[in-house]
Design a protein around this ligand. Sequence first.
Ligand code: ADP
Length: 157
Amino acid sequence: MRALYPGSFDPLTFGHLDLIERGCSLFGEVIVAVLENPSKSATFPLSQRLDQIKAATKHLNGVEVISFDGLTVNCAHQTKADLILRGLRAMSDFEYELQIAHTNRTLAADFETVFLATAAHHSFLSSSVVKEVARFGGKIDHMVPEEVAEDLRTLFN
Ligand code: ADP
């Protein structure tokens, strides 16, 4: 099966990477779709986010990294995905994720959203937390892959 894993990935964290790895073992193929959202300014430009994810997933078979804009369900149709993959860290994610999943079902009844619970040791991780720590020179090597850590150090040094 082919799973579409959409998100901002601004930047990719070990929480995201864990989901991609587990998605690969469960479904065989994971398309990581990086949202290009002109109305939301990203910390890292789209091309850099794509490069970061490609570098961090090069050890995995069955991963493709693409960008998309517009509706996730359109991207799922275009890529011939069987399902949409998302992650859940805490109750705070649940409300938002449920709303999006229901909305997507009303737009395209043929797509299921499959949620994977975060690995417990990654449950505190979010792109914004990582940026906050990096901004003040804190240790980030246990939070993000090496290439992302380097980009963050370059950005905030
Ligand atoms: P978005 O802006 O679409 O929420 P994100 O890049 O923040 O994009 O997240 C993409 C997906 O990855 C979401 O489903 C989010 O819940 C999930 N995710 C983010 N961080 C983690 C983590 N540490 N563990 C598991 N899932 C995560």
